[in-house]
Structures are given as structure tokens and as C-alpha cells.
Design a protein around this ligand. Structure first.
Ligand code: GMT
Length: 378
């Protein structure tokens, strides 16, 4: 199939999933066209069946806001025609599903039919999409998509509850390339980060308020009072400055390493013992899955889709959002006993196997085929 993929090209989970999906589909023989405003961060290699088409928005002084959706839908029209793209898979409802619908309508005027598959990732529904400013456009774009998927059952339920949805939503969970997360690191790499007797705790996110990074620091502060430990904080975002100040105030700056944005999270996770994800809301928690695939136990909140990934008492523990005391207790329970830590780490990897990309990507292929065949009948 010739598939157009529209996504945010950033470090965010939706962009990562879209990119990894495109790359795997290309290995399975499909021709992939990424259409977005920057080359996606995890798209390192282009090849004869992986292409990237940049959407540029010409600046014009009249526009207070540059019209990205307009530029995107025009680019989609051009690319569908030029490369005979058969199906468009758009990740994130805003504004991608909306722009794709406009493109589909423009193409129909020329007798070209291209169906749209929309994947909902969470923030487009729970944080931004349900805002009254966007809600009608989001509901419209979902209802006008030819197929809709959500990355967890929890996100599907939220979407049905928050919007007037007339379409069936299929749950296709996020996935992981297990070969990339095979826990391989050298003792020398670990030694650069922490002493032998120190446990390594990790948090990876865009450091936005929804991630509750302050809880990460509070839990870590409690942990290091009881056992030697280091905290690795990976990612950039608006909470960083505040968090650095919090570390200074607590006197733990020397024990916290800020990595900023990184393309090498598999290496960092490779020598981590415990991953903290205390988010306020999380449709799936791809970062937790990446940790689990690296045999890292997870302490998380029990919100959204996280319980579908992190299994309480098996791969880690779940606590109520904001319950720092419970998270600390659970973290110490795992970390204090070497054998128990090993068991949780092994369990985490075993649970991650359920999300092996070889099991999940065919589900998307089946949805594309089904959508194309239904559309041909119409
Ligand atoms: O977590 C973020 O703020 C980034 C966001 C995104 O849109 O990229 O992540 C969302 O999609 C990921 C991939 O499906 C999910 O793993 C995250 O749980 C989800 N984030 C939230 O729901 C807050």
C-alpha cells in the first residue's frame, strides 16, 4: 500500500508511535510518505520506500496566526496526487484529522478518493480537544474519518464520554520494538552515572504540568533518604526551571542528572532500576512501556490507560494521582530487596512483550485493508 502518515514530528509519544509505525510498515513492503512540518525526530533514515514531505507555511504579515491546517491540507492534496497515496493515516485529531478531511473533500472534487484513518493519542482528547474552542471541530473530524483508533481502552471510553461520537473506535495499543530495548549497557556507562551501590531512578517526559514532575522529585527525595540513589531526568519542558529550584531547596541537586531531550533513551533506560510516571492523566504512557521493555520496574499513577500497561504488583505499582507517600512506599518495597527488584524487572520485560510491534502493526494493516475495501464498495 502507499500510505501517507501525518503526525507531530516531535519527541512526544504520538510522533514517536507514528514514526515507528511508518518505519515498520516500510519494512513490511509498504511505501510510506511522512507529511509534516519537520522531519520526525526518530526518522533518521529515508529510503526508497520511506519519504518525507515538508509542509511549509509562507509567512504573510496579514496573518496574525499562520494557517498551518490550510498549508497541510493543500500539501496532502498535492502529495496524494503526485505519489498516488491510497490511504492517509493521521495521528492526533487536532488539526490533522481536520486538515485531512478538507484534503479528502478537495480530492473528491477531482474524482480522487482517499480514505482517512485517525488515531487518537490522548492529549488531543483529554487536554486540548475537549476544550469548548475545539470540541465541535474535533467531534466532526472523528465522525468524518473512515476509521478511528485509540491507543487504549481508557482513551476510547473518554472519547465516547466527552464527544458525541457516531463512529466505531478500535483500540490499537501502542507498541514497542523490543530489539531496541534489550537492556544492553556496559558497566562503564553505568559507572559514569552512579556508584555501584546506588539505585538508578528515571523519569522521561516533556516536563509539562500534566506529568507532575514535582511528585517525581518528592518521591525521589524520600527514596534517597532511605537508600543510596540517583535520579535521571530526561526531557525538556516548562517545569524544568521549577524542578531545578525544588532540587536545590531540598539539597539533592548533586543526585539529580538533567539530560534534556535525548535520542538515546534506550541507553539511559538500560541501566535504570525504577521508572517514575506519576502523571495527572495519561492515555497510554509510552515512556512506561519503553522502560518496561528495558526491564525497568514502574511506579506510576493509576490514571487513564496506565493500568493497561503497568500491571499492579507485577511490573510495578499503581497509586492514586498525587499520593507521593504510597509511591515512595512501593518504590522502597521494590528497591530495598535485590531479589525482589530482579523479579519486578523481569516481570516488566515480560509484560512489555504483549506490546511487541510484530503483534500490533498487523492490526493497523488490517484496518487499512478493511477501510480500503469498504470504501471501494461504496
Ligand atoms: O504525553 C504527552 O504530553 C505527549 C502526548 C503526545 O500527544 O504525543 O502523549 C500522548 O500520546 C502518547 C502516545 O500515544 C501516549 O503514550 C501518552 O500517554 C499521551 N499523553 C497523555 O495522554 C497526557
Amino acid at each position: 500500500m502507499r500510505i501517507g502518515i501525518v503526525c507531530y514530528p516531535t519527541f512526544g509519544g504520538s510522533g514517536v508511535v507514528a514514526t515507528e509505525l511508518g518505519l515498520e510498515l516500510s519494512k513490511r513492503g509498504h511505501e510510506i510518505h511522512f507529511i509534516t512540518y519537520n522531519q520526525p525526530v526518530r526518522l533518521e533514515l529515508l529510503s526508497n520506500n520511506v519519504h518525507y514531505h515538508e509542509v511549509t507555511v509562507p509567512e504573510y504579515p496579514l496573518f496574525h496566526y499562520q494557517p498551518y491546517e490550510l498549508a497541510l491540507s493543500s500539501k496532502l492534496v498535492d502529495m496524494v496526487k503526485l505519489h498516488n497515496i491510497e490511504i492517509l493515516h493521521v495521528h492526533y485529531a487536532i488539526p490533522h484529522a481536520y486538515a485531512a478531511y478538507m484534503a479528502k473533500k478537495m480530492l473528491q472534487e477531482e474524482g480522487i478518493f482517499v480514505p482517512i484513518v485517525t488515531t487518537l493519542h490522548g492529549t488531543d482528547i483529554t487536554l486540548v480537544g475537549s476544550h469548548p474552542f475545539y470540541k465541535p471541530a474535533v467531534a466532526f473530524s472523528i465522525n468524518k474519518s473512515d476509521a478511528v483508533t485509540a491507543v487504549s481502552k481508557s482513551l476510547k471510553d473518554d472519547t465516547m464520554r466527552l464527544f458525541d461520537i457516531k463512529k466505531n473506535i478500535s483500540v490499537v495499543p501502542n507498541f514497542i520494538d523490543l530489539d531496541k530495548y534489550n537492556n544492553s549497557f556496559t558497566d562503564c556507562q553505568r559507572a559514569m552515572m552512579a556508584k555501584d551501590d546506588e539505585r538508578i531512578i528515571t523519569h522521561i517526559s516533556n516536563l509539562r504540568p500534566v506529568k507532575r514532575v514535582k511528585d517525581v522529585i518528592s518521591v525521589f527525595y524520600n527514596i534517597q533518604k532511605e537508600i543510596p540513589a540517583k535520579l535521571m531526568l530526561v526531557g525538556e519542558g516548562p517545569e524544568r526551571e521549577y524542578v531545578e529550584l525544588q532540587c536545590q531547596k531540598l539539597g539533592i541537586s548533586d543526585s539529580v542528572i538533567f539530560f534534556g531531550k535525548s535520542n538515546e533513551i534506550n541507553k539511559i533506560l538500560g541501566f535504570s532500576d525504577l521508572f517514575l510516571l506519576p502523571s495527572e492523566t495519561e492515555s497510554f504512557g509510552l515512556a512506561a512501556l519503553e522502560a518496561m521493555a528495558s526491564s525497568v520496574a514502574v511506579i506510576s499513577s493509576n490514571t487513564g490507560g496506565i493500568p493497561e500497561v503497568n500491571i499492579h504488583g507485577v511490573s510495578g505499582f499503581l497509586s492514586q494521582v498525587g499520593d507521593v507517600e504510597d509511591m515512595t512506599k512501593n518504590a522502597l518495597y521494590i528497591l530495598k530487596d535485590k531479589t525482589r527488584l530482579e523479579t519486578f524487572k523481569n516481570n516488566a520485560r515480560k509484560e512489555a512483550l504483549k506490546f511487541d510491534l510484530h503483534k500490533i502493526v498487523p492490526q493497523y494493516e488490517a484496518i487499512y485493508q478493511d477501510t480500503l475495501s469498504k470504501c471501494l464498495v461504496l
